[in-house]
Design a protein around this ligand. Structure first.
Ligand SMILES: Cc1cc2nc3c(=O)[nH]c(=O)nc-3n(C[C@H](O)[C@H](O)[C@H](O)COP(=O)(O)OP(=O)(O)OC[C@H]3O[C@@H](n4cnc5c(N)ncnc54)[C@H](O)[C@@H]3O)c2cc1C
Length: 429
């Protein structure tokens, strides 16, 4: 053997899905493994996909912006881009629309913009919360309780209940607190009062400032991350079978490991059978609930808002994302500006157009899209069920990653963090 070059054949990994999760993990593993991505759609990107309509940029599943509080995520992300030349950095200018006024977001920091009759109720409620310590998560039975106990009855009724009801299509008292605990910025009464008196901007939320591509929106991010990757589009994986020699996809190619970023409810039948044999609650997994999102892409009068939240019941829409304000190139085919009106659930195009007439900005609809899966809804059993499935699958070289495979309310940065964790796990196995 002396002097001979021993060429070790790289292990083969198949990644199912080319959303941000699949693209990230493929990049993280591509030096050490032979990685192939399978994407069922003809285009890559998953939820971050965009297309041009009349030469204006339509984010088909909601306007996506990027930021992270994790330095490792930022360093990794920026290694693919020229931050200054290819992105704009913007400060969030989010507002809440009430029929009698528009106020700043988040509402608790803009109490000074509300009517005196409301403020005279809100302040004593906040002070009582501070005195009695009712805001602690262990004193809240559910998400509705959490909101009411943290912001008081008046703000809950005015904003938190109607807005969350529209978004989640369910009463907030029916949403488990378990999964929201570490994700919500915990409000602090002293901070709320200080922000109102000093009129300070909220800066802790991950998207209080954000980066956005100068050209192409979030599709630009997906496209750049896809460089140098082996991606097969229009390639749905419907069959996964575990064999002596490895794991075969669709009865064809054999891989050493599979990373699944699709919907856990739609795992192929053979994988569900395997999970059942290992005692995993497969019917529980299949019953997981998600919400879809309908989007209406519109021309709008110009403004300087980034997100406009719509809590009131006069419209089914829950927010308008002014994507035309993120980059001028998004409005290339328009003399005005562009935006996306977001609805939870399925609303047909004509229905969305009717709603657009009720909204500010003289909206002119250009296109619509419905995405059946966009928001995951968890209950108190979800984490345990996913963990059981994850452990059982990993014994066979199948790994779960991403918003719908892990059933996590990930933003892009959190999906990237999850891919880092998986890279470390696979690298050490
Ligand atoms: C309305 C909305 C707005 C958002 N805004 C932001 C934002 O501003 N900033 C931010 O950071 N995050 C935002 N997010 C979150 C962000 O979209 C997600 O975190 C991210 O896109 C999830 O990526 P993913 O790869 O895990 O899943 P997905 O994007 O769903 O990717 C999964 C991919 O797998 C493919 N696939 C599934 N099954 C198969 C199969 N059997 N065979 C082959 N391919 C398959 C799918 O076609 C899809 O391409 C938003 C989400 C929504 C819904």
């Amino acid at each position: 053997m002396t002097g001979a070059n021993i060429i070790m054949k790289k292990e083969r990994i198949a990644v199912i899905g080319s959303g941000i999760s699949g693209l990230t993990i493929a990049n993280l593993l591509k030096e050490s493994y032979e990685v192939t991505i399978f994407e069922k759609e003809d285009e890559i990107g998953g939820l971050i996909k965009c297309k041009r309509v009349h030469d204006c940029l339509f984010h088909q599943v909601g306007g996506h912006v990027f930021n992270s509080t994790n330095k490792k995520v930022l360093d990794w992300f920026w290694s693919f881009f020229d931050k200054d030349a290819e992105f704009v950095k913007a400060k969030r200018n989010a507002k809440i629309y009430f029929t009698d006024r528009i106020i700043g977001y988040p509402i608790e920091d803009h109490l000074f913009e509300l009517d005196e009759s409301k403020v005279t109720h809100i302040i004593p409620e906040l002070l009582a919360i501070h005195r009695n310590g009712t805001d602690q998560p262990d004193k809240c039975a559910d998400f509705g309780d959490f909101l009411q106990n943290n912001f008081g009855a008046t703000l809950y009724k005015l904003y938190f209940k109607p807005y969350n009801e529209k978004l989640w299509q369910i009463n907030p008292h029916h949403i488990s607190l378990a999964w929201l605990k570490d994700k919500l910025p915990m409000p602090d009464v002293q901070q709320i009062l200080q922000s109102n008196i000093l009129r300070q901007e909220e800066t802790k939320m991950v998207h209080s400032s954000f980066y956005y591509p100068k050209e192409g929106g979030s599709q630009f991010i997906a496209n750049r991350l896809s460089h140098k990757l082996d991606i097969r589009t229009g390639a749905a994986v419907n069959r996964i079978s575990l064999q002596e020699s490895g794991i075969s996809l669709n009865g064809m190619d054999v891989y050493n490991k599979i990373i699944y970023t699709g919907d856990i409810r739609s795992l192929p039948a053979s994988i569900k059978d395997l999970l059942k044999k290992r005692g995993v609650n497969v019917s529980g997994l299949e019953a997981l609930r998600s919400n879809g999102t309908s989007n209406l892409f519109c021309e709008t009068d110009k403004n300087d808002i980034s997100w406009l939240y719509l809590p009131e019941p006069f419209t089914k829409a829950h927010r308008i994302v002014y994507t035309g304000n993120f980059s001028d190139t998004n409005n290339r085919g328009s003399e005005r500006s562009t935006c996306i009106v977001e609805f939870s659930g399925k609303i047909d195009y004509e229905g969305m157009c009717r709603e657009a007439k009720l909204l500010p900005g003289n909206l002119t609809p250009l296109a619509g899209n419905y995405e059946p899966n966009s928001y995951v809804v968890q209950d108190s059993n979800t984490h345990a069920m996913i963990q059981d499935a994850r452990h059982a699958l990993e014994l066979h070289g199948v790994y779960l990653l991403g918003r719908f495979a892990e059933w996590e309310y990930y933003n892009m940065d959190k999906a990237i963090e999850a891919a880092f964790r998986l890279r470390d796990k696979i690298g050490s196995s």
